[in-house]
Design a protein around this ligand. Structure first.
Ligand SMILES: Cc1ncc(COP(=O)(O)O)c(C=O)c1O
Length: 359
């Protein structure tokens, strides 16, 4: 790729954020973005880094009518020794490729995905926050932009990457969250697009999420579409249940997102002597485990939220406390081990970390 970089004059650069611990999630955007276009004649062309700015697309663009859109989410971390680190970025590149194929879009090559992120993040490195728990969130996005109504895949595509410095995803920070077990609305169905990272899944989840938040819950815990019986995942996280030294997480049935943090937590937990079962787990089994004390902890996993302890589940109007609403030892151990690897504080025995430059 020969990326054209349109540099801004120094005086047009935005002032940096203030207190990094107050950044929240996805509110501040950096100076530049990466864009690249696809057309049937030229394939992927015009790789460019230019000012973070509005997009111009036609009102008949396929993305606006038929939701041909996919995205990814990963983070750049500043290690204390000045290295800039990414966590398993090739996994995000591969997932984006798979999502594109599922939504019938021109897939973005994984090697372009990695090179464009490396170049953009290095150009924007002043935006990588250094305070504990902060990072630079990277949002690659692919949209169908050809102007033509009629239900069909777009012929032209726009790939872009934007960056946002972030602190904790949940306002609670690393504290137990309250989940609402949704037994009416569903997020996705086997055979649908639940395992693709496409905007439609999130649109489908907004109403239930908003209702849960109105009632004071952090997020929804989704059940399967057919029976409302088996646990699927959380709004922006996969879910784990700890039974002593055994950890259970729903298998990749086709309707949940194959989380990269999920995959990493499974490998990490196994390497620390836990048994991990990827299988169907019913909400009844979860509630029974809470009642008889065999379910000792629960946590969610995702790039944005990292590992998030679950303090309670509300199911059919009843609140069930998990581990007495405290952060459990297993959750704490896996969280610490994972973030230590992500921030380059310990040796990475898995080969997950990619150094892409220095601050
Ligand atoms: C619905 C959903 N499930 C799970 C995840 C976790 O995936 P990952 O660990 O790759 O961030 C996310 C976050 O991207 C998500 O949006």
């Amino acid at each position: 790729m020969n990326i054209k970089i349109e540099k801004l004059p120094e005086k047009e650069l935005k002032p940096l954020f203030g207190d990094p611990s107050q950044l929240g999630f996805g509110k501040v955007f950096t100076d530049y973005m990466f864009t690249m276009r696809y057309s049937p004649g030229d394939g992927w062309s015009e790789p460019k880094i230019s000012k973070y700015d509005s997009l111009t697309i036609g009102p008949a663009a396929v993305v606006l009518h038929y939701s041909q859109e996919i995205f990814e989410g990963l983070k750049a971390y500043a290690a204390e020794d000045g290295r800039i680190l990414l966590f398993r970025p090739e996994e995000n590149g591969k997932r984006m490729y798979d999502s594109a194929e599922r939504i019938c879009m021109a897939p973005f090559p994984v090697e372009y995905f990695l090179e464009s992120i490396n170049t953009l993040v290095n150009l924007e490195k002043r935006w990588i926050p250094k305070a504990p728990g902060t990072s630079l969130y990277i949002r690659p996005t692919l949209i169908g932009v050809g102007d033509a109504l009629g239900i069909h895949p777009a012929s032209e595509y726009l790939f872009y990457i934007i960056l946002t410095p972030v602190s904790a995803y949940f306002k609670e920070g690393f504290k137990p969250i309250r989940l609402y077990v949704e037994d009416y609305y569903i997020r996705a169905v086997v055979g649908g697009v639940g395992n693709a990272k496409t905007g439609g899944n999130y649109a489908a989840s907004l109403l239930a999420g908003a209702k849960a938040q109105e009632k004071g819950f952090s997020q929804v815990l989704w059940l399967d579409a057919r029976e409302r019986k088996y646990v699927e995942e959380v709004g922006a996280m996969n879910i784990f249940f700890v039974f002593g030294k055994k950890i259970v997480t729903p298998n990749l049935s086709g309707s949940i997102l194959p989380g990269i943090t999920r995959k990493s937590v499974i490998e990490l937990a196994k390497s620390h002597g836990y048994t991990v079962e990827e299988r169907m787990i019913s909400i009844d089994e979860v509630i029974a485990g809470i009642k008889d004390g065999s379910l000792t902890e629960s946590f969610g996993s995702g790039t944005a939220a990292v590992i998030s302890p679950v303090g309670s589940l509300n199911y059919k109007g009843e609140d069930y406390l998990v581990n007495n609403n405290q952060v459990g030892a297993v959750t704490q151990e896996l969280y610490t081990k994972l973030v230590d690897i992500q921030y380059g504080r310990v040796k990475d025995p898995f080969g997950w970390i990619k150094e892409i430059g220095r601050i």
